[in-house]
Ligand binder design. Structure first.
Ligand code: ADP
Ligand code: MG
Length: 246
């Protein structure tokens, strides 16, 4: 076994090599390299403005890198747009959830299955999502906009799963939720991981994130400054001071 948890010789599911991106010249992601193995969960940690969301958007094809390369499942996907990334099995659940408030919960889930991949396995994915999120199943006829923040986050994750991802990217899923809801959310993320999906978790809540992931990367000014196993980082001095308040 290598440190990624993958067997020697097996290529990582996602390989990101020296990615660069700037907004009108202001560098947001700088020479960023990372990898995710099949069935592995990693966290991206870092202060506000460190480049976490930009990285998520680059990996999901919402933004195109200005330099560097992205390989997914052995294919060069560097220049792929988001629709092609969804078809390959990479889905981003963006920061701020963005459910369609005037559509029902079920209609939101259907929107997640619009691409070929999700359409092909619609019934199975809906059953899986309802099993993982019983509350979403109960509320399927309700307008998504009428649900609480925590419930909307579940709808957003469930909608992401409806695209049948191999790699799910969750950007700040616990942001703004009440503590009890945060507990519930992390429990659910654990259950989602048991289904075999790989995960990139962007989190402010470093402590909770490091408990559910195998490895994590700390970003500062668009660069990876610390990388390690989740448990190791919980005892890393810089991580403890900067992100855990210890
Ligand atoms: N749409 C945008 N236009 C211009 N600058 C942006 C935009 N989005 C993010 N930035 C800048 O890029 C940097 C990285 O932002 P972001 O990726 O959102 O960081 P994080 O998610 O870690 O808070 C920050 O300096 C931020 O101000
Ligand atoms: Mg962000």
């Amino acid at each position: 076994m290598t440190e990624t948890g993958s067997t020697v010789g097996e290529a990582p599911l996602l390989e990101v090599d020296k990615l660069c991106f700037g907004y009108q010249g202001a560098i947001a992601v700088n020479n960023l390299s990372l990898r995710v193995a099949r069935c592995e969960a990693i966290a991206l940690l870092g202060a506000n403005g460190a480049g976490k969301s930009t990285t998520g958007k680059l990996l999901a094809g919402i933004l195109q890198p200005q330099q560097g390369a992205i390989r997914f499942a052995g294919e060069d996907v560097t220049a792929f747009a988001s629709s092609r990334m969804v078809d390959r099995g990479v889905t981003l659940v963006p920061e701020g959830r963005h459910v369609f408030p005037r559509l029902s919960v079920l209609e939101n889930l259907q929107m997640g299955a619009y691409a070929a991949r999700g359409k092909a396995r619609y019934a199975e994915n809906l059953a899986r999502v309802f099993e993982l999120f019983p509350r979403v199943a109960e509320r399927q006829r309700q307008l998504a906009g009428s649900m609480s923040g925590g419930e909307q986050q579940m709808v957003a994750i469930a909608r992401g799963l409806m695209s049948d991802p191999q790699l799910l990217i969750l950007d700040e899923p616990s942001l703004g939720l009440m503590p009890k809801m945060v507990d519930h959310l992390f429990e659910l993320i654990g259950k989602v991981l048991e289904t075999g999906v790989s995960l990139i978790l962007v989190e402010q809540n470093a402590y909770r994130a490091l408990e559910v992931v195998q490895r994590a990367y700390v970003l500062e000014k668009g660069q990876v400054t610390i990388e390690g196993a989740g448990r190791e980082l919980l005892s890393n001095e810089t991580v403890r001071k900067s992100f855990l308040g210890l």
